[in-house]
Write a protein that binds this ligand. Structure first.
Ligand SMILES: NC(=O)c1ccc[n+]([C@@H]2O[C@H](COP(=O)([O-])OP(=O)(O)OC[C@H]3O[C@@H](n4cnc5c(N)ncnc54)[C@H](O)[C@@H]3O)[C@@H](O)[C@H]2O)c1
Length: 247
């Protein structure tokens, strides 16, 4: 039995990186996959890859910062499939600068996507999930949302905030059958790291007891577990998946 058979899962930022790996893992586990991203070509490609794994997949160009777009996608999915069982709030960006250099635009943009976007999507699916008496919301935090990081005032605030959302919503929605958890990845090899110099990457690798960065599939595996009924008693948790870098 595939672990997500019969479920409808909506994944934001699913055109590449961890979001794409999660879409493919969920498809392998039998879930219908709703691929959402700002990149049309990436959405189309991800839908094809999911379909090739034998599941139904729908793709939407959806910017998580645009509430009307989010509401329209959720309404369409509800209309066509009747339910959303899992929301993976994966879309996220960085715009790094140290405190004294960070512009208000950099601050606002990262908060808008990483924090307000997560709020938009969760609020849009919450009524449907509580009405059906079941659902799972998974939020992408980061080790930076636990420990902070040089040059990431905006990103750290957003990822700490996501943990606050997770704990709050797990209290609010838990009694109605909806579980809410966060994953805090360490450094994972995706395009988000493309601006980081090689020297810094090798320093990062050295800080990890496993002596390597993570792969997107290694985060997707944890999302799949948390989305599945195997995690039926996991609620309000923040699961660090970092190769032990904080030990
Ligand atoms: N890669 C890492 O090392 C790492 C570590 C910790 C946490 N994370 C978090 O995991 C998530 C995925 O990271 P990734 O490395 O795969 O990133 P990525 O940059 O490879 O992919 C992010 C995806 O989100 C999409 N996106 C950006 N803005 C969007 C918006 N407004 N609406 C909808 N989609 C949007 C992008 O188009 C892209 O496809 C992010 O929330 C990130 O903060 C990543």
């Amino acid at each position: 039995m595939k672990r997500l058979e019969g479920k409808v899962s909506l994944i934001t930022g699913a055109a590449q990186g961890i979001g794409l790996a999660t879409a493919l893992k969920f498809a392998q586990e039998g879930s219908t996959v709703i691929v959402c991203d700002v990149k049309q070509a990436g959405v189309d490609d991800a839908v094809k890859q999911c379909e090739a794994l034998g599941v139904q997949a729908l793709g939407f160009v959806m910017d998580v910062t645009q509430r009307d777009m989010v509401d329209a996608v959720v309404a369409q999915v509800q209309q066509r499939l009747g339910r959303i069982d899992v929301l993976v709030n994966n879309a996220g960006i960085t715009q790094d600068a140290r405190l004294q250099k960070m512009t208000l635009e950099q601050f606002d943009r990262v908060i808008d996507v990483n924090l307000r976007g997560v709020f938009h999507c969760a609020q849009a699916v919450a009524d449907g999930m509580t009405a059906q008496g079941s659902g799972v919301i998974l939020n992408a935090s980061s080790v930076v949302g636990i420990y902070g990081n040089f040059g990431q005032t905006n990103y750290a605030a957003s990822k700490f905030g996501v943990i606050g959302f997770t704990k709050t919503w797990s209290r609010e929605l838990g009694p109605k059958g909806v579980r809410v958890n966060a994953v805090a990845p360490g450094f994972i090899t995706t395009p988000i790291l493309s601006t980081i110099p090689d020297k810094v990457i090798s320093e990062m690798e050295h800080r990890v007891p496993l002596r390597r960065l993570g792969r997107p599939e290694e985060i997707a595996n944890v999302y799949a577990f948390l989305a599945s009924d195997e995690a039926s008693y996991v609620n309000g948790a923040v699961i660090e998946v970092s190769g032990g870098m904080s030990v």
